[in-house]
Write a protein that binds this ligand. Structure first.
Ligand code: WNU
Length: 152
């Protein structure tokens, strides 16, 4: 059996490899590892639904997801991108204090996501100015690309 210690080290070094978290101080990263949950998804499952309330931030540890969004002039939500290991999502609802702005659908069996809840996310971002600025900019950019795409 894998010990708690081994699991801690595994997630710690994985999170260190995520570009967003590269500059986080060691103790902050360790705290995130302590309060992480791991969620498992199968192909076709919705991880996030557009329009729903959301209180969690996700980092993909294994597998792949697609991002789709309802778009003016189309009956079905349109695919806008694919995300894989080391990518993250779900920050927008937390930062803009809004409902989920896109669907996240699992596209590979046995996809694993590390899940951080709102309070821990706010702690992680709030205590780190550069991260906050970076994410806020990124979220603004997402809203701009939504407008360009005519998302409904
Ligand atoms: C996009 N428009 C919108 C992605 C992930 C992280 C970053 C892009 Cl920093 P949420 C739905 C989530 C949303 C984003 C993600 O979908 N998303 C997008 C877009 O063009 N959302 N509105 N591209 S992938 C991605 C940048 O994380 O957060 O909580 O839920 O609204």
């Amino acid at each position: 059996m894998r010990t708690t210690q081994a699991r801690h080290e595994e997630y710690f070094s994985f999170l260190r490899s995520v570009s967003l978290l590269q500059e986080l101080p060691e103790e902050k990263l360790a705290r995130i590892v302590d309060c992480l949950e791991v969620d498992y998804f199968e192909k076709g499952e919705y991880i996030i639904r557009e329009g729903e309330e959301g209180n969690t931030f996700f980092i993909i540890a294994k597998g792949e997801v697609i991002v789709t969004q309802s778009t003016e002039g189309f009956a079905e939500p349109q695919e806008i991108k694919t995300l894989g290991v080391g990518d993250y999502f779900g920050e927008k609802a937390l930062i803009s204090e809004d409902v989920r702005s896109a669907n996240i659908i699992c596209s590979e069996n046995d996809t694993q996501c590390l899940v951080v809840d709102r309070d821990n996310f706010i702690q992680m971002v709030g205590t780190y100015e550069e991260l906050q600025v970076y994410l806020k900019e990124y979220v603004k950019e997402l809203s701009r690309s939504d407008e360009r795409r005519n998302s409904a």
